[in-house]
Design a protein around this ligand. Sequence first.
Ligand SMILES: [Zn+2]
Length: 135
Amino acid sequence: MNIRETLIQKATNVRPQAYAPYSNFAVGAALITHDGEIFTGVNFENASFGLTICAERNAIGTMVTAAQKSIKALAVATENGVSPCGACRQVMVEFAIDDYPIYIVNTTTGAVQETSVQQMLPLGFDSSQLPRDNG
Ligand SMILES: [Zn+2]
């Protein structure tokens, strides 16, 4: 199985682990690093709604916990194929060495929309825009 199919399958398979008692909107995500390690995540909500964590950022946090910092590809699976939120797009850019593919999976129809991190956040803010010399 190639990377695309592996990530689609893992994002789809992890999705039922989501903790989404308020929205009933389960999301699964899977990413692979340049070292070939795969990490998954699900969304988890909170009674204080603003504390909800998206599946994509959960997977990325797990990646960082394992001392990995470069995403090679990422898949996100929902029942209707929605695309990642703005907060997740910004976090995805933080761990991009190069542009990388994003697979957006509709688990109801099986349709997969392929895009990329740069397409999803054109002109995104990154560390190259931080001031280099403050002295
Ligand atoms: Zn998000």
